[in-house]
Ligand binder design. Structure first.
Ligand code: IPE
Ligand code: IPE
Ligand code: MG
Length: 232
């Protein structure tokens, strides 16, 4: 089987999962942590190089304050709880997104875990937090413009060069993008990076997503013919 180098997941459906059980939305987010653990372990096992997880979008800041607070606390708690497992499994942890909006304490905890796991030789786990595709393209354009200004002239720019300004610089584009919960949209995720990504949608709600669901997605990926606009 051909193992994708980079798998990305839009982890959706936590709220609906909670509602089905008559519980508050945060109950669903909490349950989603188990699915994150399962996906991370499985990807590390089968030799995926990068697993990126869309955890919180720029637009998600507009959700009710208690849900936003609960999600940030959940991330904080999960980083503490999962630290040992990440280190043991040689997983490199990174957070990518607009960190301007994050609290000082959360940022400090993120940086600490990023440093502690930096030497990991296995899977790189990318948590896309306060991330949006348009934000990423815009911040890349701004940084390029700043470099031109500093150089006092327009600098040459090609596609690999622009990719180098994105928050995902140095990370290969996703080969496979999975979205759970039946929604079939990109929701302002990695717009530039998904130019030739294979999409896989499943009705499974994120807290229920397990290894077998991931296997099914990889199997589907293996039946795709990636043409990149060319003719066979
Ligand atoms: C995904 O689940 C998690 C985040 C966006 C943080 P949702 O919270 O979007 O769940 P639904 O879509 O309302 O079911
Ligand atoms: C996308 O899910 C963001 C994450 C999964 C983190 P949303 O639930 O926010 O997306 P929409 O609103 O259904 O497009
Ligand atoms: Mg949703």
């Amino acid at each position: 089987m051909n193992i994708p180098q980079h798998i990305s997941i839009i982890m959706d459906g936590n709220g609906r999962w909670a509602r089905q059980q008559g519980k508050r939305r945060l109950f669903g987010h909490n349950a989603g942590v188990e699915a994150v653990r399962d996906a991370t372990t499985y990807c590390a096992e089968i030799g995926v190089r990068y697993l990126s997880l869309f955890a919180f979008s720029e637009e998600n800041w507009d959700r009710p304050a208690d849900e936003v607070k609960g999600l940030m606390e959940l991330l904080f708690k999960s980083m503490l709880n999962e630290r040992e497992t990440l280190l043991k499994n040689q997983v490199r942890f990174r957070v990518i997104g607009n960190t301007e909006h994050l609290s000082e304490s959360l940022l400090a905890a993120i940086h600490k875990l990023e440093e502690e796991t930096a030497a990991g030789t296995g899977l790189t786990l990318l948590v896309m937090l306060s991330y949006s595709g348009k934000w990423d393209i815009l911040q890349a354009a701004r940084r390029y413009a700043a470099d031109c200004l500093a150089a006092g002239k327009p600098l040459p720019l090609d596609e690999p060069g622009f990719s180098g300004y994105l928050a995902t610089a140095g990370i290969p584009d996703p080969d496979l993008l999975i979205r759970t919960s039946g929604e079939q949209r990109i929701s302002n995720y990695m717009l530039w990076q998904c130019a030739y990504t294979e999409f896989y949608y499943t009705p499974v709600l994120w807290p229920d997503f397990r290894k077998t669901d991931l296997e099914a997605a990889i199997q589907s990926y293996n039946c795709r013919e990636r043409r990149y606009g060319k003719v066979e």
